[in-house]
Design a protein around this ligand. Structure first.
Ligand code: CTP
Length: 215
């Protein structure tokens, strides 16, 4: 099967030297890419800026902004079997990007932000999609309730939820996996490399099941 995986943060420029971003390390997405390759799958890894070496056998697409990530995902989604959107896409971007460095002034300064496009939701809107759609939810509170809401709103097949306090910038995580048929599965705290192998098995089994149901 072909896995499309997004990973890492996006950077939304303010001016030529500044941007808005977040603390995502990209480790979970890269671990899933490695695990999928090890299991014999093809991988398209679409990554925001991170300090990680891309897996050698993946098709690697490097992006910076949410708009670049949106474009790359839509270019390859329909030719993929499983889309795993693990990236921490910025929710807002500056309404205007200054072409020159904004100079410091001795006064208050505010930035107008506008929402970015939701990549996961845009794929969920494709009624006739053939690929399995997996989203992630990093939450600091009400983990299960917030993740259940995302599963419905973004019309995904699976949401992998985790506590942002545990997962951000670390090598470990603890997962709650929600399936669209109401099933749930918990994987307790473990290295991201171990979790990635488990997730790859779960995703490929789910896609197999989905395909047999449709036949
Ligand atoms: N996502 C996306 N495009 C966006 C924002 C999020 O594809 N513009 C995807 C992420 O890759 C992840 C899922 O949506 O798979 C949930 O992301 P998350 O940041 O947890 O949720 P948000 O929808 O941004 O909601 P909130 O920040 O309010 O929790």
């Amino acid at each position: 099967m072909t896995f499309l995986i997004t990973a890492g943060p996006t950077r939304e420029p303010i001016d030529p030297v500044r941007y808005i971003s977040n603390r995502s390390s990209g480790k979970m997405g890269y671990a899933i890419a490695e695990a999928a390759l090890d299991a014999g799958h093809d991988v398209i890894l679409i990554s925001g800026p991170v300090n990680l070496v891309p897996p050698r056998n993946a098709k690697f697409i490097s992006v910076w902004t949410s708009d670049e990530m949106f474009g790359a995902v839509h270019q390859f989604a329909d030719s993929s079997d499983i889309c795993v959107l693990c990236a921490a896409v910025a929710d807002y971007k500056p309404a205007q990007v200054s072409p020159v460095k904004i100079k410091k002034r001795n006064a208050e300064f505010s930035l107008e932000l506008i929402p970015t496009r939701d990549i996961l939701q845009s794929l969920g809107l494709q009624q006739d999609r053939k690929f399995l759609l997996v989203g992630f939810a990093a939450e600091t509170d009400y983990l299960e309730a917030n993740a259940t809401k995302k599963l419905g709103e973004k019309n995904c097949d699976i949401i992998v939820a985790n506590d942002a306090h545990i997962g951000m910038e670390t090598d470990e995580n603890e997962l709650l996996i929600l399936f669209c048929d109401g099933e749930t599965k918990k994987i307790s705290r473990a290295p991201k490399t171990f979790l990635a192998c488990e997730l790859v098995k779960i995703f490929s089994n789910s896609q197999q099941k989905r395909l047999t149901k449709k036949m």
